[in-house]
Design a protein around this ligand. Structure first.
Ligand code: RIB
Ligand code: CA
Length: 320
């Protein structure tokens, strides 16, 4: 029995790796893809999702989300992911057509159609999940569970001094999602920067993907290599050396395997008013708020094991 997963992403280089990983797993059934504006603007994210879905043989609806965050104007990360969202990769034109529903509606329809079965996976800003909650407040009880890549708990930000990208793009949406899922039957799992930044691709990782592209000629392998070279150059310019923090695939793999990291419970909320800290995910480590924990945070990541697992699944999936 395969696990149904709805993916909400702002594709994006690491989103593309996560999509490829999930498409390669025979025990995962991708129920749908929601395109969310973030790393790049909505039309570009959506084009990437449509093209990758076709190249990966993902037979699932791909729906366009909102083109702006709930409150603040959209900011994009062209320096990080390139104007295309996939660095220097060249995507072939796609014949894949979008599902006409709004992304928020796809969340609602998918959860209602399979109550208690679908794993929600948010790899970008929370804009469309927040909009889906306005349509269907019962979503936290209709989903099997929710996994989020986002936030930074007692860890510097990668966007503001204290904010992580997916939360920083739409803090109001993230705050609404955390509030709505507070009473969910199972607490959402959050892979925040202190966990995901332990997953660091090096030239050795890139060489494995270069070999995969050469051995298979699979277009997605070439796309990932060309995208990652751009991503490495960004990280090098940012002072991290010729390498890349690859965030989304860890959260995706943990969502479907429960492996490669542990979790700890914590009450977390999103700062909306801070002049220096807007978008920060704040964890109440000492229970000062008197609230029950509302999240399971990824901890104790096993990065080497995970990277080997990820490469193995990608090699198996793109060689088939
Ligand atoms: O902060 C990292 C997150 O922001 C990742 O999901 C990356 O794709 C970007 O969306
Ligand atoms: Ca992402």
């Amino acid at each position: 029995m395969s696990l149904p997963v709805l993916i909400d992403c702002d594709t994006g280089i690491d989103d593309a790796i996560a999509l490829t990983y999930l498409a390669a797993r025979a025990d995962v059934s991708i129920s749908g893809i929601v395109s969310t504006a973030g790393n790049v603007d909505l039309p570009t994210v959506h084009r990437n999702n449509l093209a990758l879905s076709e190249l990966l043989g993902i037979d699932a609806p791909v729906c366009r989300g909102a083109d702006q965050p709930l409150v603040q104007p959209l900011m994009t990360a062209d320096d990080t992911h390139g104007a295309s969202g996939l660095g220097d990769a060249v995507l072939p034109p796609t014949t894949r057509t979008e599902d006409p529903r709004a992304g928020a509606q796809l969340w609602v329809d998918t959860a209602r159609a399979h109550p208690g079965e679908v794993v929600g996976l948010v790899l970008g800003p929370h804009t469309n999940l927040a909009l889906a909650l306005e349509i269907e407040p019962e979503l936290p009880r209709l989903l099997r569970r929710l996994h989020i890549m986002g936030g930074a708990i007692n860890h510097r930000g990668n966007t503001g001094a204290t904010s992580e990208w997916n939360i920083a793009v739409d803090p109001e949406a993230a705050q609404r999602v955390l509030a709505a899922f507070t009473d969910a039957p199972t607490r959402p799992v959050m892979g925040a920067l202190e966990a995901t930044e332990t997953v660091r691709f090096t030239q050795e990782t890139l060489d494995r993907l270069i070999a995969l592209a050469a051995d298979t000629g699979h277009p997605v392998a070439t796309i990932l290599v060309d995208a990652l070279r751009f991503y490495f150059a960004f990280h090098e310019a940012d002072g991290f050396g010729w390498s890349a923090h690859v965030h989304d695939p860890l959260v995706a793999a943990h969502a479907v395997t429960g492996d490669f990291a542990a979790t700890r419970s914590l009450a977390v909320d999103v700062e909306l008013a801070g002049t220096l800290t807007r978008g920060q995910t704040v964890g109440d480590e000492l229970g000062r708020w008197g609230r029950q924990p509302n999240l399971e945070l990824l901890t104790d990541v096993r990065p080497e094991d995970f990277i080997e697992h990820l490469l193995g699944v990608l090699e198996q999936g793109l060689s088939a």
